[in-house]
Write a protein that binds this ligand. Structure first.
Ligand SMILES: *[C@@H]1O[C@H](CO)[C@@H](O)[C@H](O)[C@H]1NC(C)=O
Ligand SMILES: *[C@@H]1O[C@H](CO)[C@@H](O)[C@H](O)[C@H]1NC(C)=O
Length: 263
């Protein structure tokens, strides 16, 4: 099975993110303050698809305090293929804004990389890692350890196993959870009533909306998907029918909700 997703990029509008203030503060602390024995400290963020791991990382990555704290910041989308040579090339590209010559051998690429990052205090984001092979990880890690004290690598992943490979200390893994009920409702309300077909203060729609929201597990991607579907429905009947039929189908397959939404 291939695990496809949209390639991420290092820009996110802050006003589109709801309910992640505490997580942002926790991550900022790890990035800016926490002490570590190693010069380059690795921070894994784990959580299933749709929780907004990348969005959270980008909030921190684009924070002015973070930008001025590091000499160098780099963002690389890894996704399903963990090819060390490709990742190294993409890191270089993130620094220079230019893809390295495709004909370069690993040895030359590695020299270029070291040339860019060694001796610098850097922040590197490796977004969406699936690789569960410790050997592969350690091949990459070796190339990145030349940063000076205070350097950070943030890894996002859906798998706790991957997280543990990148940082053996489980207490240092940031586990992302679903949104609180209030935040989930704010997000839902913002999108579901966006088109103004229905009135966001009408108790009929508010009630059905809250019942639907209960099944979304606080997962932002699920909430956004369902709320935007609802935003195009204009009558009470349509909202009810969504809840009774379409949503009922989704909820039966718990744990696989994203896959179902994709379908
Ligand atoms: C990095 O710096 C911190 C304090 O600034 C220190 O406690 C830590 O031991 C240093 N780590 C290394 C590997 O030198
Ligand atoms: C709320 O919406 C329902 C269904 O469209 C409608 O019958 C009802 O009059 C509305 N209530 C108010 C207070 O506008």
């Amino acid at each position: 099975m291939t695990k496809k997703r949209q390639e991420t990029h290092s820009f996110e509008r802050e006003d589109e993110i709801i309910g992640r203030d505490d997580d942002k503060a926790a991550l900022l602390k790890l990035v800016l303050e926490s002490q570590s024995e190693e010069n380059v400290y690795i921070i894994p963020i784990v959580g299933f698809g749709g929780l907004g791991k990348t969005a959270l990382v980008l909030l921190v990555y684009n924070d002015e305090m973070v930008k001025s704290h590091f000499e160098l910041t780099m963002f690389v989308c890894v996704s399903n293929v963990f090819d060390v040579k490709l990742i190294v090339a993409n890191i270089i590209k993130s620094v220079t804004n230019q893809a390295p010559d495709q004909n370069l051998e690993m040895d030359q690429l590695q020299k270029q990389l070291r040339d860019k990052i060694d001796g610098k205090k850097y922040l590197l984001i490796l977004d969406d890692i699936w690789n569960e092979d410790p050997e592969q990880w350690s091949r990459l890690k070796k190339l990145l350890m030349g940063g000076t004290n205070g350097s950070r690598i943030i890894v996002t992943t859906r798998s706790l196993k991957v997280a543990k490979i990148t940082n053996k200390c489980e207490s240092h893994v940031l586990k992302l959870k679903g949104l609180s009920d209030d935040d989930a409702w704010s997000l839902f309300k913002k999108i579901a009533f966006e088109q103004r077909y229905v009135d966001s203060t009408n108790s009929t729609f508010v009630e059905v909306g809250k019942q639907i929201l209960k099944r979304c597990g606080g997962v932002p991607l699920v909430i956004k998907t369902i709320a935007s579907t609802l935003s195009l429905k204009e009558t009470e009947n349509e909202w009810h029918s969504f809840k009774e039929y379409e949503l009922a189908k989704i909820s039966q397959i718990e744990g696989d909700i994203l896959h179902t939404l994709e379908l």
